[in-house]
Design a protein around this ligand. Sequence first.
Ligand SMILES: [Zn+2]
Length: 299
Amino acid sequence: MPELPEVETIRRGLEEKMLGRVGKVLDVKVYEQKSLIGEPEIILGAEIEGFDRKGKALIVHFSNGFSAIIHLRMTGQLIWREKYSCGDIKSEQEIVEKTFAGGHPSENFVAKLPNKQTRVEIVFENGVLFFNDQRKFGFIKILERDEVKKDKFIKKLAKEPWEMTPEELFSKLQKHKGAPIKTVILDQTVIAGLGNIYADEALYFSGINPKRKAGELTEEETGILLLGARKVMEKSIEAGGSTIRNYVKSDGTRGDYLDLFAEVYNREGKECRKCKTKIVKEKLGGRGTHYCPKCQKEN
Ligand SMILES: [Zn+2]
């Protein structure tokens, strides 16, 4: 599931490839009705004015006062193909110059599109933006720009780690004193943007055991946790997230971007890079939780 850093990576990638370069919207093809909320005709003739992000929602602003909120959810993908490159991708050069793909990594990044997983296609003068979504939990919602902040998913979001002070987080933790810290930082009304991967990584960075009660953390530990949340997400954004550049390696193999930055996530049974203890995976609040039992002591 794409998390905040992946969505931010997509935002940056689309901004680089599309902003000021794609012309007007010529057509919106909807292959799956529930994947597009609102009236697709509203954006016809409009150009893109900017790409924004709130939590895990990507927002595209159009020149006519309307916007599209895009939720990728479990398996959503956004794939930009410049004109004449909608068929199979032929070369590394073509990928770098003419395309961008991000979201749930799969062969769709390089396959001929549209295909049976394509839910919406936004056709511009200079290319096509495909919204693919295997499991159909994601969607695009077209609405007036002023309505974006009132959207039910957007308005309930807490601050992101970059906007929040340690004091604010500490006071929020006191409202969930008895719950494990890992579970609390996954709650998007407490702090926005931390999904399962980055919650585990931020706790490892901070040396905090995921099972400790939120109310037991000191103010100092809370500050380090907040710093950890920023650091691990920044590292992932720099690594390029789950985008086409990481997915398609120069030797033709398919890559996993997690290898680029993860210290504990998906590393159970492997050695902690600080102390050589084996990383443990346990279920906590229904979520797979990875930590180092030595670096992240329970007491
Ligand atoms: Zn360790």
